[in-house]
Design a protein. Sequence first.
Length: 280
Amino acid sequence: MRELSRKERLEFNKLQKRLRRNVGNAIADYNMIEAGDRIMVCLSGGKDSYAMLDVLMALRISAPIDFELVAVNLDQKQPGFPEDVLPAYLEQLDIPWYILEKDTYSIVREVIPEGKTTCGLCSRLRRGSLYGFAQDIGASKIALGHHRDDIVETLFLNMFFGGSLKAMPPKLLSDDGRNVVIRPMAFCKEKDLVAYADYKAFPIIPCNLCGSQENLQRVQIKQMLKDWERQYPGRTETIFRSICNVAPSQLADTALFDFSKLRVEVDQDLHLPAIRVVNL
């Protein structure tokens, strides 16, 4: 952690308490962590996953239950990837850690045409590798570092480009039913994580496969939300709260709400009045 002035130390303490409180609330609200859990913490080398691991390690010390943390990084063999950074960082921590090596970079470059978005295929390949390893080590939960802003961005991505009303749930059972995914940072703001990473001086590793793609739909959505937030402070938080406060009867999904059975009881003895002008 970098040297802090007295004022910075006060601000850091408030930030750290806020992040730990948000993570603790998310864990409690969605029963993310239970006694005896072995949690595989996916570490990408970005600010979000570093912060997630850091906060979970702190909460584990004060938690009323026992659980394990295992840090895992997937080295996708991107050119120029600094292979020594994460092992050097993880070696200082008192938890088990693993670096998985799989050349998904070459697969993505071979399949996706130049100039096209690589994120979809890249994330599927990464997810498959991590899910498989979680089963190999007997992990009961897989922790991902997605935060509040990621969740809201995904909501609009699915609405604008996928025609569906869905985001990233804080807790998820995988399609094959073999893994439970948790997002402990679901209540955390991205700007708080940016500040926390700066205070802690995490050794950030940029993604040079997809992070530089300025034409990404997610980049456009992120800019839209930034503009909204600038004009209407607090809008992102309001949108996030709406995800947690869904009224199925006020939407239009017939699988979610049975509109076909909506009817009222009518008194069959009543007849139309003979007078055409009715004074109410």
